[in-house]
Design a protein around this ligand. Sequence first.
Ligand SMILES: [Zn+2]
Length: 49
Amino acid sequence: MESKEAVICSYECTFCTECAAGPLQERCPNCRGELVRRPRRVAKEAQDT
Ligand SMILES: [Zn+2]
């Protein structure tokens, strides 16, 4: 499930915000890129028109 917010780096590695704020220090351990908040996916349904 993806109920929690997540962060993402420029190489699209995703982590939960708790890990990013804690042990990862807002850095991606894979590519050392900066982790930023990923926009949450919103259910798109009949909102337009
Ligand atoms: Zn990365």
